[in-house]
Structures are given as C-alpha cells and as structure tokens.
Write a protein that binds this ligand. Structure first.
Ligand code: M6R
Length: 614
C-alpha cells in the first residue's frame, strides 16, 4: 500500500511526480505530498486528501525542479492528516523520505531516538526511520547513502523508500525490502516508483530493484546498486517494459472498473493467446512446462491467495480435482502463513495474485519454499515480487487493472488456472482426451460469450434501481457457482458499502435463511449444471419466506422465469467454465448499484489496490 515516486535529471520534476502519483493513487489515497529540490533547497508540500488536492496546493510552485520525491498514502500508523502525510523529514531537516511498508520495530526505535532528545512531529513509523538515518549521519562520519544503509540494518519490517539528502541533492537513494520498487532508466534521468505505471510515459527501460537491495541514482551517471546488509555491489540488470500508456487511461469510460469489465473479452483472449489452440489440440503453458510433470504427480496442490484471487483459487480447486484428479486445498494466505501448516517437498504451492505484491501471499510462499515445496505463481503484474520469487509461473496477461475492485484480473486468473487444470489432465489422463478437447474448445469461445453478455447491459440499471437501497444481500451458489457467490458479495460490499454475504447454497438452512425477509434479497447463481435443481429448491425456500430473488443462469426454463423476481441469462457453456460467464452479471450489478448510490467506484473508502501490509 502507499505509492512512492521519485525522479532526478528531468526537466519538470513537479509534473513527473504529480502524474506519477495519480497513476499510483490506486495504492492509497488518504493524503499525498512531494518534496522538490529548488536551488539546492528541499521544499515540501503535503496535505490530507487526494492527489488532486495536492496538485491544487502546488499550482504556484515553480516548474524548475529537476529532482524530487512524492507519496500517496494509505494510513497505517497515524490518522490521515497533513502532518502524517509524506514526505517526512529528519529532526535537522537534512534527509527527506517517502516510504511504503511498515517499520515493525518503530516503537523501540522511537523511544531510543527520543532518549537522544529527538522530538517527532507525526505519529508515523516513517518519520522514525528518517530520524534514525539522520541520527546515524550526525553521529558518524559516513556518507548519506551509508547512513541510509546502516539505518536499514536496524529496521525490522517492510519498506520501499526514496531518500533525498539536502547535503547531496544531486542523487536519490532508494531501497527495498518486501515492498516493490522499479527504477526507470533514460539517457540523463532516473525515475523511481512503486510500479512501472508512472514510468512508462518516459522510458521503457527499467530495473526491478531486487529485495534487500538499494541503489544510488545520480543523473547522467550509471546506477550504483548494492545489498543492504553488506553493501555488496550488484551489476544493474535493465529490462524492457511491456506496457503501453493507453492501457492506463479510462478510454472514454466513466470509471476504470467499467472499462475493465468491458475489456474482458480481450483480456480473457489475451490470457489464452499462444497457450491454447483449438486446431492443434494444444495446451501449452511455457512458464510451467519444466514443472508440469511434477505438478501433475503432486501429492496435493495448495493454493494460497487473498480476496478475489482466493475466489479464483476456489474455482481452480474444482477444476484441478475434477479434471486432473489432483487433491487441492485453497488457503487464505493470511491464515496459512501463521498456522504452522504441514508442507512437504511433495506439495506444490500455487500463489494467485493480481498485483504480485500481496504481503500475506508472498509470506505464505516463503514459508512453502523453505519447507521444500515447489512454488508456482499466477500473477498479472510482470516482474512483481511474487512472480520473481516463485520457481516458475504463468502470467495472466490481463493488462493493468487500475480499479481497486478486481474484475478482469479474476476472469484472467480463472482462465489461466482452467487451462492449467486441462494441461495437467492431459498429462494425468484423468479424464478422456476428447473431454479435454471439448472443454479446451469451449474455453476458446468464452471471450465471444462475454462480449455477448456485455452487449446488453440495459437491464442492470433497472435492477440496480430496485436494489440500491437495500441494507443486506445474500449471494448463493453450489459447486463452481459458490466461489462466484462469494465474489459477487465481495464486489458489492467493497464498492457500494451494502452488506453482502456469499454462501454455499446448501448452507442456507444451517443459519443464513434466518435473514430472509422482504427486505433482504438473494442473488442465486444457478447455471444449468448438476446442482441446478438443488439450488432451485433453495429458491423455493426463500420465496416461501417472502424473500426476493435474482437468478443468474444459462438455462432459464418457464418455472424459473415465473419464480424469479429478476432473471439474468448468460450463454450456455461447459459446467467447469460457467464461472467465467456468471461472474460478469455480478460485476455489472455491483458497478451499477454503486454508481446509482454515487459511490467512489474506482477508489472505495478504506481500501487500496496493492495490499503490501500484513
Ligand atoms: O493483488 P492480489 O490479487 O494479491 O490482491 C488480493 C486482494 O487484495 C484483492 O483481490 C482484493 O480482494 C480486491 N480488491 C477485490 O476486488
């Protein structure tokens, strides 16, 4: 969480920083700030609120700076306020710092520094770090970057930082541990950011700074990279960025979420490109090719993920077990990592993450790797921490997802995981070859079906009008529709703030049915699969208690049409692929309800896109 940017050697640092911060605003948006070097002086402007407010407050600041650092915050230590906003300065105002992450031993360090007579102005752990750097620099005759390195060796926690030293304003010092940091390299300038989105407008050459490393960047000089613990030098490895600016714009849509929903025919097709071919019966996942036999013969596959990615994992559980005959456990990464789970070298652990930066998912993988398991990643962001940490993996290629509420990343994850299950099924011979081919062919039809669903969105406005004022909504489904129910509830609550719960339909009578009355509608995901009749019995039970129901199905018979208060139809497909279609109406529904309620759809309150804190 939090977005950090920095630049040196550019013609207008203020503009680079403000543009960069608006790209990174999805990471946090409760306060923002910049520090600009002007004639050797470091001038800080920061305020509570969004980047737009910061831009207003620096309107009259000269555009002459060539160096600066910036931050957009998601509060961890201390309320959102002007004082707690970054950049923070040391007690003598020599160093200025922006920080993403958490300094876990900040309380002990703060106490130690207070004993030295240092007074703090904010409640943040980040100010503790910059004061520690300043105190080390004041007490020992070391360079600014060495003071940063020595301070980081005393710090427990996660960080990506950019530091400006007013005694050496011609360089930036950057460092990372368990939080991402990308360096953009151009002829005379450097750009630094939490991800590549602020950089792509200026250069396509990037260095993904490795974990536990730092760099000193001075315009027109080669980058100096070294490890934080022993200052061991590391030659820079420059990579080419595969991202275009267009994919970061709204392209005429009112919100990124709506744009991303509508991109799904393309993003699903992109996630299959070069991997599936109907004609040649091919399923080729290059990233895991070397490990697919080991995966196919694994004692079990453990999937670790959070939020929407965890829901994709639940869909994959059905696909892997049903198609490839491999036993699967799906775990919340945040629980798995603290549970002392039994992991052996016969296990394969698959991490699913859009951002590839989720702290809990990364920590779960570290645990699994240390126990000898093979660790595989399914990530969207190329070069992300999880993608780099895993033994092998498959990118989902959904393109940048900016809206906090995940939509196209989910369908790309389900697509890739289904392709993976099919590939393992081919190796295991668990189901007949022609069934594998049949599902593979139908998977290739999914983008077209999604397009059909998205062509007709008129009914969602009307349904949203009926539902926008309810207090609670239940989502239910069985089998592969259960994760879709969970995902539907998550989507609705995160962007419309309506309380919503997803349940396995069979669980209704074990408690949730007590909630049913005329005011609590139920959204039933009931495609025409082997569970449909059972799920429709739940519908009867709800109707018998005066509950209203919205049914999402691909098989609307007359009785269903009569009983449902609202009905949304999607095209029929193979049972295992139904989540890819039934999830689209629930995304649209959440979007239109939130829109009618006037909610901040792309940046819902209290949330951030990339969850780099535990
Ligand atoms: O980047 P990740 O996929 O690891 O993120 C996991 C969750 O934080 C994420 O899916 C979250 O639940 C979404 N905001 C839901 O829309």
């Amino acid at each position: 969480m939090c977005g950090i940017v920095g630049c040196i050697g550019v013609s207008n640092a203020k503009e680079v920083l403000l543009n960069g911060l608006s790209r990174l605003e999805y990471r946090g948006y409760d306060s923002a700030g910049v520090a600009l070097v002007n004639n050797g002086d470091v001038i800080i402007n920061k305020c509570q609120g969004k980047v737009g407010q910061l831009a207003d407050s620096v309107k009259n600041v000269a555009n002459t700076s060539t160096t600066g650092i910036g931050h957009t915050r998601w509060a961890t230590h201390g309320v959102p306020s002007d004082v707690n906003a970054h950049p923070h300065q040391g007690h003598n105002k020599r160093f200025s710092l922006v920080h993403n992450g958490i300094i876990e031993n900040h309380a002990a360090l703060r106490e130690r520094l207070e004993d030295q007579g240092i007074n703090f102005t904010s409640q943040t752990d980040s100010e503790v770090l910059v004061c520690l750097i300043e105190s080390i620099a004041a007490m020992s005759a070391v360079s600014g970057e060495e003071a940063v390195r020595l301070a980081l060796n005393e710090v427990v926690g996660a960080y990506a930082i950019v530091v400006l030293d007013s005694e050496d304003p011609d360089q930036l010092v950057v460092a990372r541990k368990s939080s991402p940091l990308v360096i953009g390299v151009s002829k005379d300038a450097y750009y630094v950011a939490s991800d590549a989105t602020p950089i792509v407008a200026y250069t396509k050459e990037v260095i993904y700074l490795e974990d536990n490393h730092m760099a000193v960047l001075a315009a027109s000089k080669p980058p100096v990279i070294f490890s934080i613990d022993k200052a061991t030098p590391k030659p820079p490895y420059i990579e080419n960025l595969e991202m275009d600016l267009q994919s970061l714009e709204k392209a005429g849509y009112e919100h990124f979420m709506l744009k991303e929903i509508h991109e799904q025919p393309t993003s699903i097709a992109d996630s299959l490109r070069g991997r599936l071919s109907g004609e040649r019966a091919l399923i080729k996942l290059g990233g895991i090719e070397q490990y697919e036999n080991r995966m196919a013969s694994a004692r079990r596959i453990i999937i670790v993920a959070c939020g929407t990615s965890w829901h994709a994992g639940l869909v994959a559980e059905y696909a892997f077990e049903q198609l490839a005959g491999i036993s699967v456990e799906v775990e919340y990464a945040s629980e798995f990592r603290y549970r002392q789970p039994i992991i052996t070298s016969d296990d394969v652990v698959v991490a699913i993450s859009q951002s590839g930066e989720t702290a809990d998912t990364l920590a779960a993988l570290e645990l699994a790797k240390s126990a000898g398991a093979l660790v595989i990643g399914v990530c969207n962001v190329v070069g992300s921490s999880i993608a780099r940490f895993t033994d092998a993996g498959v990118y989902t290629h959904a393109g940048p997802e900016i809206s906090v509420a995940s939509t196209k990343a989910f369908t790309a994850q389900v697509t890739v995981l289904t392709a993976m299950a099919l590939r393992l099924a081919q190796i295991n011979d668990h189901i007949k070859k022609d069934v594998v081919s049949q599902i593979r062919d139908q998977l290739l039809e999914i983008p077209g079906f999604v397009e059909q669903i998205l062509k007709n969105t008129t009914q969602y406005e009307a349904i949203a009008k009926d539902l926008r004022d309810v207090r609670d909504v239940l989502y239910i489904g069985r089998g592969l529709s259960f994760p879709v129910a969970l995902e539907g509830a998550l989507k609705l609550k995160e962007i419309s703030y309506i309380h919503a719960e997803g349940y396995a339909a069979g669980e209704m009578k074990h408690g949730p049915i007590a909630l049913i009355d005329t005011d609590t509608p139920t959204i039933i995901i009931a495609p025409g699969d082997r569970h449909k009749d059972k799920t429709l019995s739940n519908l009867q039970e709800i109707k018998a208690r005066q509950g209203r129901v919205l049914v999402v199905t691909n098989q609307a018979d007359t009785s269903l049409k009569q009983q449902a208060d609202w009905l949304i139809e999607v095209p029929p497909t193979h049972e295992v692929l139904t989540p890819l279609l039934t999830c689209i109406p629930i995304q649209l529904l959440a979007y239109y309800i939130a829109r009618q309620k006037g909610c901040e759809i792309d940046q819902p309150r209290n949330l951030a896109k990339s969850v780099t804190v535990e």
